[in-house]
Design a protein around this ligand. Structure first.
Ligand code: GLN
Length: 197
């Protein structure tokens, strides 16, 4: 069975844990870099990316996170997590740079800072109710990036290799289908590594 870690420094941590458990998988709240090793996949949750990057630096997570990625483990960045994984940011210095996307923070404007939409997502048969909260979007994506969803012409979900990202909060509804896409990536990677799940 896959073990999924959720970076537990700030943000919507418990909601992800609840969803992972709802799929019958083991969830670990990661508070220390040493805890990363035991996990097959990692979620970088939504929250406040500037705070999260400060905490990542303060608790010496930066290099271990890069190592986790380089080891071929699967990483899923949601909302603020999307800001953290992007190779480029429109108005800040980029951070982990593990997916070839350029991201704009708080990109949907003030009036509609938070909203819900029924989104068509590649790989899901029916629309997914996506909750956006002061969300970023992807301004441009490299040629190896698979665009999974667009809203209002903007890219809001994408995948490259073992990195998955979305601008919305899939953990805030009871619908586990988007998380399932991530879990499938984790299972595939485990199989490649020759582990029996
Ligand atoms: N606006 C936040 C940021 O850029 C992200 C918001 C969220 O994760 N819901 O960090």
């Amino acid at each position: 069975m896959a073990i999924i870690g959720v970076l537990g420094l700030q943000g919507a941590v418990s909601e992800h844990v609840k969803q992972i458990k709802a799929l019958g998988l083991e969830a670990v709240v990661i508070k220390k870099p040493e805890q990363l090793e035991q996990n097959d996949g990692l979620i970088l949750p939504g929250g406040e990316s500037t705070t999260m990057r400060k905490l990542i630096d303060r608790y010496d997570f930066f290099d271990p996170l890069k190592e986790f990625y380089k080891a071929g483990k699967v990483i899923f960045g949601t909302c603020a997590g999307m800001v953290l994984v992007a190779k480029e940011l429109a108005s800040d210095e980029s951070y982990l740079e593990i997916i070839d996307i350029s991201v704009k923070r708080n990109a949907f404007g003030r009036q509609i800072a938070s909203f819900e939409v029924d989104l068509d997502i590649t790989g899901l048969e029916d629309p997914f109710k996506a909750v956006f909260i002061r969300a970023p979007y992807i301004e441009s994506a490299g040629q190896n990036v698979e665009v999974l969803a667009k809203y209002d012409g903007k890219i809001v979900a994408a995948r490259e290799g073992n990195v998955l990202t979305c601008a919305f909060h899939p953990e805030l509804t009871a619908d586990t289908r988007f998380l399932q896409l991530f879990v499938e990536m984790v299972e595939e990677q485990k199989q490649k590594e020759g582990k029996v799940s």
